[in-house]
Ligand binder design. Structure first.
Ligand SMILES: [Zn+2]
Length: 441
């Protein structure tokens, strides 16, 4: 016969405490497990973390534990208070399964937080019959722990990116580590100002900042300013992904403008539904789309000329040498400046202004994993979509650190015990035969 307490002792054992009794709650929908101090063990002061003489005992509290086969599970425990000489005060004891005033056990918070990485917070709350606020608490606990315990170490390369999270120009500044071996989110800043990016450098300190070798960014001026000031020794690279994104934006502006003009003049709306045909890379189009694109390209339109310029630009990325890439870039910009297509000319002017930073891409190419900022940017967007409906800065900050920060996790068992990292979809407890569970009713 296998008892619930035996299982708990196997996976969540707390030194100094014993599981005393397990029984159904009065609603028969929950399981309550009484916890007692082990005989002779002394309570630990929660302020100085040292054992201290007992003072008194408080009323029984309920701590929510990982739900079990459809039952809510609670640990019941009467906290002791200690008369701590070190702290010269009467202090509530420290217990290994929970921290501070939270009613969720650490194990349950870790459990919820792991699921909240796969599901949205709302879905996580629904799946485990808990509230959105508790999932928020769980993620906050895990992320706070992770940020306090992460090791920054040496950082060779960083990428800075802005991301819009709400209407009305609400942006976040994200800083990633993009070393060949390590990619992770390092920093989430409010807004996309000089101050928000400087916050990152304050966090890592001058020592680490001075050893950064590569910085990737877009052409956003406040970022360029901070990079010049804080990483003057690093090779600053304008990221390919951002340049292509800007080109696409310009092309889309040309198309939208011309499309409106055609409609206004009452001509055949040849540009209707052409947006994705033009923005997608040619080799990503399906056969039918390719025919439609070929049709479209026969028209003498500004959009078509802008499209051809954009496509021609892609050749830049095939160069290995910065010199040849530079020659190509200059020639491309010359062509565009003659095109009389204003949005494209604006891009060309900006590329000319940032010529050296663009060519740094070729100088560093072999040493950076390309496309990594784009990949992280996509993941950040997916994370934001998942937490949709709760777009406050704090929520997004937590969600982004949680899914992209690669933060260390708190141990799910008592301090000093080996860490067992069970992925949430493969719970070893589920492998136990049903008959084996006998509860003390
Ligand atoms: Zn103390």
């Amino acid at each position: 016969m296998l008892q619930l307490i035996t299982i708990l002792n196997r996976c969540h054992r707390f030194p100094g405490f014993v599981y005393h009794q397990a029984r159904f709650g009065s609603d028969r929908k929950s399981i309550e497990i009484a916890v007692r101090p082990r005989k002779g063990s002394r309570a630990v002061c929660s302020r100085c973390h040292q054992p201290a003489p007992g003072y008194d005992q408080l009323a029984e509290r309920r701590f929510e534990f990982i739900p079990f086969w459809g039952f809510l599970v609670f640990l019941l425990y009467s906290m002791r208070r200690v008369d701590c000489r070190r702290c010269e005060a009467v202090v509530v004891e420290e217990v290994p399964w929970a921290d501070g005033k939270r009613t969720l056990t650490r194990a349950y918070m870790l459990f919820l937080a792991r699921w909240a990485r796969k599901l949205s917070w709302k879905e996580t709350a629904e799946a485990f019959r808990t509230s959105w606020e508790k999932v928020f608490d769980a993620v906050e606990y895990v992320v706070t722990f992770g940020l306090e315990h992460r090791v920054l170490g040496q950082i060779d390369a960083i990428g800075v990116d802005e991301i819009q999270y709400a209407k009305g120009h609400k942006y976040l500044t994200l800083v990633y580590q993009i070393d060949l071996g390590v990619t992770r989110l390092l920093w989430v800043g409010r807004e996309r100002t000089i101050e928000s990016f400087q916050g990152f450098f304050t966090m890592i300190g001058d020592e680490i900042a001075s050893r950064i070798v590569f910085v990737c960014s877009d052409m956003w001026k406040p970022y360029l300013t901070v990079i010049r000031e804080k990483c003057s020794e690093a090779l600053h690279i304008l990221d390919r992904f951002h340049i292509v994104a800007n080109l696409n934006k310009a092309l889309d502006e040309v198309r939208a403008g011309e499309s409106r003009r055609i409609a206004f003049e009452g001509r055949i709306p040849v540009l209707k539904k052409s947006r994705w045909l033009l923005l997608k890379r040619g080799d990503n189009l399906k056969t039918e789309q390719r025919f439609r694109l070929r049709d479209l390209l026969r028209y003498n339109l500004k959009t078509v000329r802008a499209y051809l310029l954009k496509e021609a630009f892609q050749q830049l990325w095939d160069y290995n040498s910065a010199t040849w890439a530079g020659k190509f870039l200059d020639e491309w910009c010359r062509q565009v400046m003659r095109s009389r297509i204003e949005p494209m000319k604006k891009i060309a002017r900006s590329l000319r202004d940032h010529r050296e930073l663009i060519l740094n891409y070729f100088r560093a190419q072999k040493l950076l994993s390309s496309g990594v900022v784009e990949g992280l940017n996509n993941k950040a967007k997916i994370t934001m979509r998942k937490s949709y409906g709760f777009r406050t800065f704090r929520c997004l900050e937590l969600a982004l650190y949680h899914s992209l920060g690669k933060l260390p996790e708190p141990e799910s068992v008592a301090v000093g015990m080996p860490v067992t990292q069970h992925p949430p979809h493969r719970s070893p407890r589920a492998a136990l035969p049903h008959e084996a569970l006998i509860l003390d009713a």
